[in-house]
Ligand binder design. Structure first.
Ligand code: UD1
Length: 345
């Protein structure tokens, strides 16, 4: 069965492509390579034995999107990862985010409708909850005004999809990720941000490898036990597996609604300092870090209540923080993302 994976050479997309192929699905990738490289498709092939076809273009181009659906008959479902994802950049360049993330989603939905592709899994984020009043976060936790244009695009993309399923012959599942990290155990694919990483774990591993001089810990005066913010870090392979389970649920007609939402987290929050300590424990290194001012827009704490996903999908995150740190460190040491790695050290 043919599955179109948009953003399939990106961090979560590439791991999902591997899991899909290993579960017998045929994967087709479209990616504009704005934050990834074509070699990722080769590496997916090295892991699974089958290199997925990679179509390099921007989904904002409606003509090229339509051409793909014309050429590739028989797409059973789309998993839509392709999006810009830097919170800070989105504040500086909001229109870049609104144009890219929204237009690509509209084009995709229009082509899906024209070609009778009835199933969509959407890559959403816990960012849609903002700083929730109550923890843990369930799927019924009220959504808050987004803290950033990036977060707002995720919220609007969810709205576009949930409005579309009301009238088009398309069903959709939004998966709201908490903080994906770690890498594939092969160390052939992992997180490879171009330029200076925004996210904590790639910043930690790039500091440890010597590409960054030190990690800035953004504030230690939050209302948390050690003063640093708390997040629900989830291993990317656990996350990838959830996509396959959600896809099968849709294809088997087991969805309870034409639009469903699931939180994907572990249910356990860790502070920035706990993440640093786990990395130090697993790597046997001392990490060079300094506490600096808070990062604007950061929330204090968030973690998931994953029980609905556990129950309904029959899926549970299995890998812990040490596994996330160990696999991310193995991936960094393998050095396969050097083409996208800049240095400041
Ligand atoms: C953010 C978004 C999330 C999005 C993700 C993608 C929000 C609330 N969350 O996650 O939706 O999917 O980015 O990029 O908008 N930290 C440091 N030093 C660093 C980097 C991070 O101390 O150099 C700290 C942050 O202050 C934060 C934690 O590490 O407390 C995690 O940060 P990060 O990895 O950037 O993820 P989020 O901001 O939680």
């Amino acid at each position: 069965m043919k599955i179109l994976v948009t953003g399939g050479t990106g961090f979560i997309g590439s791991h999902t492509a591997v899991e899909l192929q290993q579960q017998g699905f045929e994967v087709l990738i479209v990616d504009d390579l704005s934050n990834s490289t074509a070699e990722v498709a080769d590496r997916i092939g090295m892991i699974t034995g089958t290199k997925p076809p990679l179509h390099v273009f921007d989904l904002c181009d409606a003509g090229k999107t339509e051409d793909l659906f014309i050429r590739e008959e028989g797409i059973a479902a789309v998993i839509h990862f392709a999006a810009h994802k830097s919170v800070g950049e989105s504040v500086q360049q909001p229109l870049k985010y609104y144009r890219n993330n929204l237009l690509s989603t509209v084009n995709l939905l229009e082509s899906m409708a024209r070609h009778g592709v009835k199933h969509l899994i959407f890559s959403s984020s816990c960012t849609v909850y903002g700083q929730p009043d109550e923890l843990p976060v369930t799927e019924h936790t009220p959504l808050k005004r987004a803290e950033s244009p990036y977060g707002n695009t995720k919220k609007i993309m969810e709205d576009i999809i949930s409005d579309t399923v009301k009238t088009a012959d398309v069903a959709a599942i939004s998966l709201r990720y908490f903080n994906p990290t770690g890498a594939h155990e092969s160390a052939l694919i992992g997180e490879a941000p171009s330029g200076i990483p925004d996210n904590l774990v790639p910043y930690i591993t790039q500091t440890a490898i010597g590409a960054r001089s030190f990690l800035r810990v953004f504030g230690d005066d939050y209302d948390t036990p050690d003063g640093t913010p708390i997040r629900d870090y989830i291993h990317v392979v656990d996350l990838a597996k959830a996509h396959v389970v959600a896809l099968k649920r849709m294809l088997d007609g087991k969805c309870k609604d034409r639009y469903e939402v699931f939180n994907l987290g572990t249910g356990r929050g860790y502070s920035v300092m706990e993440v640093i300590k786990a990395f130090e424990r697993v790597s046997g290194m001392n990490l060079n870090y300094q506490v600096v001012a808070r990062r604007p827009g950061d929330i204090v704490k968030i973690w998931a209540d994953p029980s609905y996903a556990n129950r309904e999908l029959g899926w549970k995150a299995e890998k812990g923080l040490d596994d996330m740190m160990g696999s991310a460190w193995n991936w960094e040491q393998a050095g396969l993302h050097l083409s996208t790695l800049s240095t400041d050290a």
